[in-house]
Design a protein around this ligand. Structure first.
Ligand code: PGA
Length: 250
């Protein structure tokens, strides 16, 4: 039985003070059991949030990391650095990074490999654009992105990998995928994993849905057999709403 996992992706939002406050309320509200929970604040606030979360069961993740651990890469940070300040997770290949920063599947695959080598669980994001969906290319795009982004990952590491299906047209738009659309895509992704890594590993793989997850749609999305939780953007910035989403995963 896969445990539900709810991850808040704060993107480039919050101030130091509001990040600490948000983390404090989330930590106080998650209770001692239920869905697995993590938050991913902006990198510059990770340490402050780590201190706030200390002693709570809320996990901490970065939103990105580079594919080497040190060197002359101005502006980047490495998986080793994320690990060093208390992160256990890192989001990789988010569509905003693919779209605005030119990240390719190959680049994401290199980053995922190093993240795993440093003991971080990568949350590898895939998802089609509206144009691709309308052109009937959803499955083709998902296949290319998933297999491309995992090309460096051995079966032994797969249990530490989380996948997020995030249709680009649903991110930040208020238009979530229907539970049926999400289920169809998740089942397809799980099938690809079964082909590449075998059935048992595909059955234990956690696949999150992301794209306009809110308190009022979380329960039906998470109720789908292959939807194992959510990667939550906008709604993760409101502690009360985020906690309701976490509760929907219990
Ligand atoms: P959203 O973002 O919940 O604001 O749509 C999700 C994401 O991009 O991870």
């Amino acid at each position: 039985m896969r445990r539900k996992f709810i991850v808040g992706n704060w993107k480039m939002n919050t101030s130091r003070a509001s990040a600490i406050e948000l983390a404090k309320v989330v930590a106080a509200g998650v209770g001692s059991s239920g869905a697995r929970v993590a938050v991913c604040p902006p990198a510059v606030y990770l340490e402050a949030v780590a201190a706030t979360l200390a002693g709570s069961r809320v996990e901490l993740g970065g939103q990105n990391a580079y594919f080497t651990n040190a060197g002359a890469f101005t502006g980047e940070h490495s998986p080793a650095m994320l690990k060093d300040i208390g992160c256990g997770l890192v989001i990789l290949g988010h569509s905003e990074r693919r779209q605005f920063f030119g990240e390719t599947d190959e680049f994401v695959a290199k980053k995922a490999k190093l993240a795993l080598e440093n003991g971080l669980e990568p949350i590898v994001c895939v998802g089609e654009t509206l144009q691709e969906r309308q052109a009937g290319k959803t499955f083709e795009v998902l296949r290319t992105q998933l297999l491309g982004s995992l090309q460096t990952i051995e079966a032994t590491h797969l249990p530490q990998v989380v996948i997020a299906y995030e249709p680009v047209w649903a991110i930040g738009t208020g238009v979530n995928a229907t539970p049926e659309q999400a289920q169809e895509a998740h089942a397809f992704l799980r099938g690809l994993i079964a082909e590449k890594y075998g059935l048992p590993l595909s059955k234990s793989l956690v696949i999150l849905y992301g794209g306009s997850v809110k308190a009022d749609n979380a329960a039906t999305l998470f109720g789908q057999p292959d939807v194992d939780g959510g990667l939550v953007g906008g709604a993760a910035l409101d502690a009360k709403g985020f906690l309701q989403i976490v509760a929907a995963g219990a």
